[in-house]
Design a binder for this molecule. Structure first.
Ligand code: FMN
Length: 370
């Protein structure tokens, strides 16, 4: 066994609310598009349990809150009884290995097309501004979006309620808590960001108004399941899916301060260097002001490796670090970080294929003799 100690801050324990985490290497939420018909599948039992360590925190892939929440093939949901039942053995497997498991609850808003919507209706958003077609991650296919329908003011409470019910269902399925997906240009972000939100009601205009919807979701979910089981993911600096903001720092700070009122467990922020989901860029901004403003656990994500993660924890820039692509390709990532072992490379081409094994559960573990 390699001796490790203070040189690996990522491998030190951390108490997140009532959860005693044995290290700070978090599985980032990763959409894998292998939940056929929006129902989590038995192959996810192996996938998540491979990535579980005793006392490790895992965040499940983005999971739809309702039948209008989808915009990609085969992403899981948590609004039907069948979906809740299908999550149970997956959650049980993570718990059996001592993991702490949060469900990321999600509504894509306008990042959809009528083919994913009930009765072929238009997707919903803060606005009726259409999204221009986007190149898919394979660099070949193009995703087409149907122009969205702007939600009426009186419809917003129904969507808030969908998040509340999804959170209740997540607890019913056995999850330890939920992460509200407020990042990456999806529905909540479509309200927060001034590049998208052009409303004139109390959900548009000022920063306070644009953040109202996300904060109503936070409040409803916290009231339903307890603030000690609620996290939120935000990406104020990202412009993914044409969701940029003219003053991302003010937005991030406003949210960090406002979240304190609800006493939620954690705030998970995406690094400013991640303007899109998978690519780093040079960037002068930092999350430190938001980290300082937020009273709960602060998780940072986006472009971290072992060294950068260790430095961020050592310097107090974050309590926990979420790893996406490295964890996808290295099921035993905490162990590899502990040993400073080499990492498997990730293969982008199999991120989103529907195969239940390839690029999913076939990444090798470290061969150890111990
Ligand atoms: C295959 C893939 C799927 C992703 N799915 C989600 C998702 O469901 N929810 C989310 O908030 N972010 C998602 N992301 C973003 C990751 O959680 C993470 O923030 C991003 O990969 C940057 O971190 P990394 O440099 O450690 O990979 C995804 C990224 C990848 C590569």
């Amino acid at each position: 066994m390699a001796a490790q100690g203070p040189s690996s801050p990522l491998l030190t324990p951390y108490k997140m609310g009532k959860f005693n985490l044995s290290h700070r290497v978090v599985l980032a939420p990763l959409t894998r598009q292998r939940s056929y018909g929006n129902v989590p599948q038995p192959h996810a039992i192996l996938y998540y349990s491979q990535r579980t360590s005793n006392g490790g925190l895992l965040i499940a892939e983005a999971t739809g809150v309702s039948d209008t929440a989808q915009g990609y093939p085969d992403t899981p949901g948590i609004w039907t009884k069948e979906q809740v039942e299908a999550w149970k053995p997956i959650v049980d497997a993570v718990h059996a290995k001592g993991g702490v498991f949060f469900c990321q609850i999600w509504h894509v808003g306008r990042v959809s097309n009528s083919g994913y919507q009930p009765n072929g209706q238009a997707p919903i958003s803060s606005s009726d501004k259409p999204l221009t077609p986007q190149l898919r991650s394979n660099g070949i296919d193009v995703a087409e979006f149907t122009p969205p329908r702007r939600l009426r003011t009186d419809e917003i409470p129904q969507i808030v309620n969908d998040f509340r019910l999804a959170a209740r269902n997540a607890i019913e399925a056995g999850f330890d808590g939920v992460e509200i997906h407020g990042a990456h240009g999806y529905l909540l972000d479509q309200f927060m960001k001034d590049q998208v939100n052009d409303r004139t009601d109390e959900y548009g205009g000022s920063l306070e108004n644009r953040c109202r919807f996300a904060l109503e979701v936070v409040e409803a979910v916290a009231n339903e399941i307890g603030a000690d089981k609620v996290g939120i993911r935000l990406s104020p600096f990202a412009n993914y899916m044409e969701s940029g903001d003219s003053d991302p720092k003010a937005l991030g700070l406003y949210m960090a301060n406002s979240l304190n009122k609800y006493g939620i467990l954690y705030c998970h922020m995406v690094e400013p260097r991640m303007r899109t989901v998978g690519e780093k860029c040079a960037c002068p901004h930092s999350l430190v002001p938001m980290r300082k403003a937020f009273n709960g656990t602060f998780i940072a994500a986006g472009g971290f490796d072992r060294e950068d993660g260790n430095n961020a924890v050592a310097e107090g820039r974050a309590d926990l670090i979420a790893f996406g692509r490295w964890f996808l390709a290295n099921p035993d990532l905490p162990k590899r970080f502990e040993l400073n072992a080499p990492l498997n490379k990730y293969n982008r081409e199999t991120f989103y294929v529907s195969d239940p094994v390839i690029g999913y559960t076939d990444y090798p573990f470290l061969e150890t003799t111990a």
